[in-house]
Write a protein that binds this ligand. Structure first.
Ligand code: ZN
Length: 131
C-alpha cells in the first residue's frame, strides 16, 4: 500500500532523489522471484553474480557512509538492508541519474541493465526531463 500523500510529495520534486512510487515499485520487482532480498529476477547466473558483487560492495559503502556521516547520492535509508538498498538505488537511478553515474558508475551500470531505455516509459520520461 502506498501512502498517497507521500507519493504526491515525491512527485512534486522530480530531482530530490525521493519517490515513494518508484520505491514501492522497486520492492515489487524485487519480490517477483518471491524473495525481497535486493535481488530482482535476473536472466542468468552470471547476471546474479555481477549484481550480487556490485550491490554488496555499494551497500557496504553506504553503511559506512551512514555510520560516519559521509555525504552520499543515495538516501542512507538504503543502509537498512539489501532490499531497501535496491529500492533507494532505483529512486536515485531515476531521480539523480547524473550524480549516480558520476559517483557510482558500477551501480549505475547494473541499474541501466535492469531498467534499459524503453522499459518503464513513465519513469524514463521523468528521468529524461532531468537530463
Ligand atoms: Zn522500502
Amino acid at each position: 500500500m502506498l501512502a498517497w500523500d507521500a507519493a504526491k510529495r515525491g512527485a512534486a520534486d522530480p530531482s530530490d532523489g525521493e519517490n515513494v512510487v518508484l520505491h514501492e515499485f522497486a520492492h515489487q520487482l524485487d519480490f517477483e522471484n518471491y524473495n525481497t532480498d535486493g535481488a530482482p529476477a535476473l536472466a542468468t547466473r552470471a547476471e546474479y553474480k555481477t549484481w550480487a558483487r556490485v550491490m554488496s560492495s555499494e551497500f557496504e559503502a553506504l553503511r559506512i557512509a551512514d555510520e560516519t556521516g559521509g555525504s552520499t547520492v543515495l538516501d542512507t535509508y538504503g543502509a537498512t538492508n539489501p532490499a531497501e538498498f535496491f529500492a533507494v538505488a532505483a529512486e536515485a537511478f531515476f531521480e539523480r541519474p547524473r550524480a549516480l553515474r558520476a559517483k557510482h558508475p558500477k551501480l549505475y551500470a547494473e541499474l541501466v541493465r535492469f531498467f534499459p531505455p524503453g522499459s518503464f516509459p513513465l519513469f524514463h520520461r521523468a528521468r529524461d526531463n532531468l537530463a
